[in-house]
Design a protein around this ligand. Structure first.
Ligand SMILES: NC(=O)c1ccc[n+]([C@@H]2O[C@H](COP(=O)([O-])OP(=O)(O)OC[C@H]3O[C@@H](n4cnc5c(N)ncnc54)[C@H](O)[C@@H]3O)[C@@H](O)[C@H]2O)c1
Length: 310
């Protein structure tokens, strides 16, 4: 298949790109390299350094006769969305609309969209959240992710666009950056390797649902064969505290640090966890990488990169 991946130079998009290449698909990557890097783009993929808001995107879709668009490009920084909601809206909503319209004009068979469970459900009313949980985003980033889901549903109704929405929880693994939703893993890893003691906000009992990037990639492989339009959590159904993240990474780093706590961050969400039952029932998908294995692999990747840079 001919697949366009937006954001394919970034953490998750490039990991999906590697897997799609291995399966023999022809890939086109569009990325403005604002947080992504060229070295993540797999060999053999056509690469365009372009903003997703650029109208030239439609020409690329037509020229490469694209069958499926996998849309991962986004402004991903929740804090930036709070400071500059217009920029977040511009990239995440207008940019996504441009991607959808380019796909519609060419008659693509499916669009896959990276949405967010944690940011979309907001403060949860029950645990774990399934896909029926009320949508109550607490940030402009969450609002824009949910809005794009609504546009996809709208274009499904009026233009028969087929889509798969994945609501990821906190995705971590090699290539991740510190501004994403699982940023704590990158931040702690960097600090542990450079000899700085990480500081845990508050009592460290805040929980998130951390899903390893390889498991997310497998969901994106399954999406290529889907025939309905639907929305799925991609998660682990397991809560992990910040303290546990610190402890596993500290062991993987050779225990260089003391467990240190600082003041709690005001307004920080205390618990977040999502159920993957729906995706499992429909496709058999379930997470395969435990948090201990995933964090140890991630630390190994950060260590290699740290040593290369010295
Ligand atoms: N990492 C997570 O925990 C997580 C959780 C839920 C959802 N998501 C979503 O998954 C997707 C990928 O996130 P990631 O963690 O890999 O982040 P990332 O920053 O590594 O990837 C995003 C990519 O999009 C590119 N990009 C940004 N703005 C662009 C623009 N205007 N035009 C073209 N390219 C642009 C960046 O250069 C980058 O390569 C995003 O849509 C994000 O919202 C991520």
């Amino acid at each position: 298949m001919n697949i366009l991946i937006t954001g394919g130079a970034g953490f998750i998009g490039s990991s999906i790109a590697d897997a799609y290449r291995e399966e023999g698909h022809d890939l086109v990557i569009v990325d403005n390299l604002s947080t992504g890097v060229l070295e993540n783009v797999p060999k053999g993929a056509a690469f365009y350094q372009m903003d997703i808001r650029d109208e030239g995107l439609a020409d690329i879709v037509a020229e490469h006769d694209i069958d499926i668009i996998n849309h991962h490009a986004a402004q991903i920084d929740v804090r930036r969305s709070v400071d500059d909601p217009r920029y977040d809206l511009s990239v995440n909503v207008l940019g996504s609309l441009n991607v959808i319209e380019a796909g519609l004009r060419h008659g693509i068979s499916r669009m896959i969209f990276a949405s967010s469970g944690g940011a979309g459900y907001g403060e949860q009313e029950y645990f774990p959240a399934d896909e029926q949980h009320p949508i109550a985003p607490c940030s402009p980033y969450g609002i824009t992710k949910v809005t794009v889901e609504r546009y996809l549903h709208y274009f499904h109704l009026v233009e028969n666009l087929q889509y798969t929405v994945f609501r990821y929880t906190n995705v971590y693994g090699p290539r991740q950056n510190p501004h994403g939703e699982a940023g704590v893993v990158a931040i702690f890893s960097d600090k542990l390797l450079s000899g700085d003691n990480p500081v845990i906000n508050g009592d460290g009992m805040q929980t998130r649902d951390y899903v390893y990037v390889d498991d997310v990639v497998r969901a994106n492989l399954l999406a290529l064969g889907m025939d309905a339009s639907d929305t799925f959590n991609v998660s682990t159904n397991r809560e992990t505290t910040v303290n546990e993240i610190f402890r596993v990474l500290n062991v993987a780093a050779g225990e260089p640090a003391e467990e240190m706590h600082g003041p709690a961050k005001t307004g920080e969400q205390q618990r977040s966890v999502c159920s993957y039952d729906k995706l499992m029932k429909q496709t058999g998908w379930k997470p395969e990488i435990s948090i201990e294995t995933g964090l140890t692999r991630t630390m190994a990747w950060f260590r290699d990169r740290y040593e290369e840079q010295r």
